[in-house]
Design a protein around this ligand. Structure first.
Ligand SMILES: NC(=O)c1ccc[n+]([C@@H]2O[C@H](COP(=O)([O-])OP(=O)(O)OC[C@H]3O[C@@H](n4cnc5c(N)ncnc54)[C@H](OP(=O)(O)O)[C@@H]3O)[C@@H](O)[C@H]2O)c1
Length: 319
């Protein structure tokens, strides 16, 4: 099969569009014929092997698994002996091992059936970014209806879901983004959109702030929180050793000493959350925002586009 393969950490030049063997599935696994896969910040982290902390889990000197990509939508090609929930021919989406390929294996609990109203491209754009937005709002942010919520980084992959999900929870949502994404964020349903090149978000007061961009000092962001407000640190690219983890650590360490609630998020996602998201998307309550699609051979170009921060919502690979 054709796949995007890497044998060493580095820039997009380490990615090869080449032939690779189709994985042999284990008894609890499903083999998905991938129709679409999505790019997220994690793809870039695994490609470069940064922050170095992640190499403890993914390979110290080279990636243990050579095919990149996790978010996927496609058709079940084969099921393992213990799998009773799917059969060949089912259209599914979820996370796979090496989604930038014609076929990808995954544990059966990482997939659900694709809602019929979604294209494969839309379904592939859901899992990781929407898992993150859901966990940040619901689990860490404990969002409630009518709260004032600020989404910093509203125009990106995670932000595009955070704005829509916060509206589903009944919040009053403000999105913060650059000038070129103001109309896009308004289109996601934000009640108000602030342009960080000219508006000062700290003039307002919010009950819950998700910091997805993660490039402002925590104490600066806190000035926009109400007296008992909550700040959830979701993203941020700070240095090559521990990366965004430093923001999560700072929030956790500072939390006992301040009146605000400060939390860091490490989103893992699970089948229950995938089902919640599939139901919302199936009912049209959230709509995956697909900015662009690229063919499998152009994964390096897709990663470069996302990494430059230019994507409005999600970028998808068609296979
Ligand atoms: N904690 C977790 O479990 C978890 C899970 C997934 C992702 N993440 C992290 O979350 C972050 C975002 O991921 P993503 O997939 O959404 O990336 P993305 O699609 O690149 O979006 C990031 C957004 O931040 C915006 N941004 C950049 N500088 C900004 C600033 N100063 N103020 C406001 N917005 C700014 C960018 O657009 P504009 O500047 O043009 O508005 C862009 O839309 C990454 O650091 C990623 O590693 C964390």
């Amino acid at each position: 099969m054709k796949a995007i393969v890497q044998h060493t950490y580095g820039g997009t030049d380490v990615l090869e569009f080449t032939e690779a063997p189709v994985a042999r599935i284990k008894p609890d696994e499903v083999l998905v014929q991938v129709r679409a896969a999505a790019v997220d910040a994690g793809v870039w982290h695994l490609m470069t092997g940064t922050p170095y902390l992640l190499r403890l889990g993914f390979g110290l000197t080279r990636p243990r698994k050579p095919i990149r990509g996790m978010d996927a939508a496609g058709t079940v090609a084969a099921v393992g002996a213990n799998v009773t929930t799917f059969e060949p021919g089912d259209d599914v989406f979820g996370t796979c091992d090496g989604a930038f390929a014609e076929y990808a294996p995954t544990h059966h609990t990482k997939l659900i059936r694709k809602p019929q109203n979604l294209t494969f491209e839309q379904a592939a754009a859901i899992p990781i970014s929407a898992f993150t937005a859901l966990a940040a709002l619901r689990d860490k942010g404990e969002i409630k209806a009518r709260q004032r919520v600020l989404v910093i980084g509203a125009g990106g992959g995670v932000g595009s879901y955070a704005v829509q999900l916060a509206k589903v929870f009944g919040a009053d949502v403000t999105g913060l983004c650059s000038t070129s994404k103001v109309e896009f964020v308004r289109g996601l349903g934000a009640d108000e959109v602030l342009d960080y090149t000219k508006d000062d978000f700290t003039r307002d007061e919010f009950d819950l702030i998700l910091d997805i961009a993660g490039n402002r000092p925590i104490n600066h962001v806190r000035t926009a929180l109400s007296a008992r407000g909550t700040l959830v640190i979701v993203g941020g690219e700070r240095g090559k050793v521990i990366g965004g983890t430093s923001g999560l650590l700072k929030a956790t360490l500072l939390n006992p000493f301040v009146k605000h609630t400060l939390r860091g998020l490490i989103s893992l996602g699970n089948k229950e959350d995938l089902a919640v998201l599939g139901e919302l998307a199936g009912a049209g309550k959230i709509t995956p925002a697909v900015d662009r699609t690229y063919p499998l051979s152009e994964v390096p170009e897709a990663i470069t586009y996302v990494q430059a921060g230019r994507a409005r919502g999600k970028v998808v690979i068609t296979v």
